[in-house]
Design a protein. Structure first.
Length: 417
C-alpha cells in the first residue's frame, strides 16, 4: 500500500511539469510490464523541452516504476547520456559536465563524447571541441585500452575529428597514429571497411596515408614502404593505386622497390601466423591435426555469432563446401565474440555453429587472445572477411562482406567447375 501511495504521489508531482500528451502516455503505464513502463516514461520525458524537468523524470525513474533493478539503472544511464548530448547541442558546458558524470557505461560515455565534439564544432566553439578531443586521445598511449575492436574504432573516430579540427601539430598526430597503428596490429581497422564501401576513395582520406605522409616528411622511407605494403595486402589500398601512391611519396622509384621487397617477407609471416591460428581450440576444446589441411586450398572465414551477414553467408558456404570438400578444399571458421568473459564467448560461438549447422573446422579467436589475436595478425577490419589460401600456404584472394559471386568465380577458376 505504501509503495502504491508513493507511486501516486510521484505521478502527481510528475504531471506538474509533463505536457498534456506526455501525461496521457504516463497514465497508460499502469498494469504494464517493467520494460513497457520504462519505454512509456522514456517517450513521455522525450517530449519535454525543459531539460531540468527531463532530468527530474530520469532521477525519479526508480520511484515511478517501483523498481530499482539493473534494468532501471541501465535505462537511467541511457537517458542521462541522451540528456548530456542535448546540453551539448545547446552549448551548456556547466550542465553538460554535471550530467556527463552521471553516465556510467563506458560505451555510452564514448558515444556522448563524440556527440559533444560534433556539437561544439558545429557551434564554432572549436577550442572546447579540440581540447576535449585531445584529452580523450591521450588514452591512445595506453595499449591495454586498445585491446578490443570497439576500443580502436572509438580512437579512430576521435582521430578523424582531430584531423578535421586542424589545430594539432604533426608531432602529436604522429604519436596518436603510431600508437593506434601498433595496437591494431600495424593497420587501421576502418581503412579496410571504408575502402570496401567506396572503391574510388582517395587514399589521402585514409589513416594509413596520413601516417605514411608524416613519416615520409621525416625521411623514414622504409617505414613508409611497410605501411603501403600492408595497406595493399589487407585491401585498404587497391593494387592499381600502389604505383601512383608510391610516386606521390617518392618520385625516384625507390619506395616502390621497398614495397615489393616487403611483400616477399610478408608471405613468410603469413605462414607463421597460420601455424599459430591452427593451435587455437575447436568447439570440443581440442587442437586439431593440421595434416588435414596439407596440400589443400583453405578458406579462412572470419565471422561472429553477432554478425548477421556472416550468418547468412554460412548458407552459401555450406553449398560451396559440399561441392569442393572432396576435391582438395577445406574451410576453417575463425569466430570472434565480443563478451570478454571467455565462457560467455564460447557459449555464443558454439550455439551459432550448431544453429547454422556448420560442419567444417572452427576455432575461436577469443581463446588465448593475449598470445595470438588472429584479427590483428591477418588484419581483419570488416566482418565477414574470407581469405583464400593455396596448398603452399600463400594468400591468393580476400573476399569481404557477404557477396558470394566473386568467391564462386574464383573457386570455378581453380577447380574447373
Amino acid at each position: 500500500m505504501r509503495k502504491l501511495l508513493i507511486l501516486l504521489v510521484s505521478i502527481a508531482s510528475l504531471t506538474l511539469y509533463l505536457p498534456a500528451k506526455a501525461q496521457l502516455i504516463l497514465s497508460d503505464t499502469a498494469g504494464l510490464s517493467l520494460a513497457k513502463k520504462l519505454d512509456s516514461i522514456a517517450v513521455a520525458s522525450s517530449k519535454l523541452t525543459d531539460l531540468l524537468a527531463k532530468e527530474k523524470v530520469i532521477r525519479d525513474l526508480p520511484i515511478l516504476v517501483l523498481s530499482n533493478t539493473a534494468d532501471v539503472s541501465t535505462r537511467q544511464d541511457i537517458l542521462f547520456a541522451h540528456l548530456a548530448a542535448e546540453y551539448a547541442k545547446k552549448g551548456d558546458k556547466v550542465n553538460l559536465d554535471r550530467i556527463f558524470n552521471e553516465v556510467i557505461d563506458q560505451s555510452r560515455r564514448r558515444t556522448v563524447t563524440l556527440e559533444v565534439i560534433k556539437s561544439f564544432s558545429a557551434l564554432e566553439d572549436a577550442d572546447y571541441a579540440f581540447h576535449l578531443t585531445k584529452d580523450s586521445l591521450e588514452q591512445i598511449c595506453h595499449p591495454e585500452k586498445l585491446v578490443e575492436i570497439e576500443d580502436r574504432y572509438y580512437m579512430v573516430n576521435l582521430l578523424k575529428h582531430y584531423l578535421q579540427q586542424k589545430q594539432g601539430n604533426d608531432a602529436d598526430l604522429e604519436k596518436y597514429l603510431g600508437h593506434l597503428y601498433t595496437a591494431s596490429g600495424e593497420y587501421f581497422d576502418t581503412d579496410i571497411s571504408e575502402r570496401f564501401r567506396s572503391a574510388e576513395l582517395a587514399p589521402e582520406q585514409q589513416l594509413f596515408w596520413q601516417y605514411a605522409a608524416l613519416l615520409n616528411k621525416k625521411g623514414q622511407i622504409t617505414q613508409v614502404g611497410n605501411i603501403l605494403e600492408t595497406a595493399v595486402r589487407n585491401g585498404s589500398l587497391p593494387t592499381t593505386m600502389l604505383t601512383t601512391v608510391c610516386k606521390d611519396f617518392d618520385p625516384s622509384g625507390k619506395l616502390y622497390k621497398k614495397v615489393t621487397a616487403q611483400q616477399k617477407k610478408s608471405a613468410a609471416l603469413f605462414i607463421k601466423n597460420l601455424t599459430q591460428l591452427y593451435q587455437k581450440q575447436d568447439p570440443v576444446e581440442k587442437e586439431w591435426d593440421t595434416k588435414e589441411l596439407k596440400g589443400k586450398y583453405v578458406l579462412l572465414d572470419f565471422w561472429g555469432s553477432w554478425c548477421l551477414v556472416c550468418r547468412v553467408s554460412h548458407m552459401d558456404l555450406t553449398k560451396l563446401y559440399d561441392k569442393y570438400k572432396d576435391k582438395g578444399f577445406e574451410i576453417v571458421g575463425v569466430g570472434h565474440e565480443f563478451p570478454k568473459d571467455l565462457d560467455k564467448a564460447k557459449d555464443l560461438w558454439v550455439k551459432a555453429i550448431e544453429k547454422d549447422e556448420i560442419t567444417w573446422l572452427n576455432v575461436l579467436n577469443n581463446i588465448n587472445l593475449e598470445k595470438f589475436d588472429a584479427l590483428k595478425a591477418f588484419q581483419i577490419g570488416l566482418f565477414p572477411t574470407k581469405i583464400l589460401i593455396d596448398p603452399n600456404g600463400r594468400e591468393i584472394a580476400r573476399f569481404y562482406s557477404g557477396k558470394k559471386e566473386d568467391l564462386e568465380i574464383k573457386m570455378k577458376s581453380i577447380f574447373g567447375f
